[in-house]
Design a protein around this ligand. Structure first.
Ligand code: SF4
Length: 173
């Protein structure tokens, strides 16, 4: 497939966007989530829904597209995909997730630009799928595959945001 390194089998490695995000948050969280241990509180989603509602973009044409039951993308206008995030606390994870979406679309022959909106901070960040970024996405997919093949969750590693993680009690209780 164009743009892919020979050792990447995208059809085998493709995964859902949240797992790409979690790779950059915490490898242990990724493993737990993959095994169906889902402890995300609904409060985050309620809050996010409220925010998304407050900061909707009525003048723009937004269409949500679900691809392969793996990624759900807001397409805005003709050339932009967008993610709206509550805060930039995990900006690296937000960025790789959106890069992954851009990469995924490219495999389908669709090229777009990415934008992350942080409405609470009135910030907007452009995300571009450069050749280096493509390699970063490919490395992420390979790493996810390695982690998910582990028999046991990755070792505990304290993160600054552990106390805010839905798995906090599970890991540290
Ligand atoms: S509590 Fe910390 S170590 Fe456990 S899954 Fe969450 S971020 Fe990872």
């Amino acid at each position: 497939m164009d743009g892919l390194r020979e050792d990447i089998d995208f059809q085998t490695l493709k995964t859902n966007g949240i797992k790409v995000n979690y790779l950059y948050v915490c490898e242990r969280k990724l493993w737990l989530f993959d095994r169906g241990i889902q402890m995300e509180s609904s409060s985050d989603r309620v809050l996010m829904g409220k925010l998304l509602g407050e900061y909707s973009y009525p003048r723009e044409t937004t269409k949500e597209i679900l691809i392969d039951n793996l990624i759900s993308i807001d397409i805005v206008g003709n050339d932009e995909i967008r993610e709206v995030k509550y805060s930039n606390r995990l900006a690296g994870a937000d960025r790789i997730q959106l890069l992954y979406y851009l990469y995924y679309l490219k495999q389908l022959g669709i090229e777009k630009r990415g934008v992350i909106n942080y409405p609470k901070m009135r910030r907007r960040e452009e995300v571009v799928l450069t050749p280096e970024a493509e390699q970063e996405v490919e490395a992420a997919l390979i790493r996810i595959d390695e982690i998910l093949k582990l028999d046991k969750p990755p070792e505990l590693q304290r993160k600054p945001y552990c106390t805010k993680c839905a798995y906090f009690e599970f890991c540290w209780g």
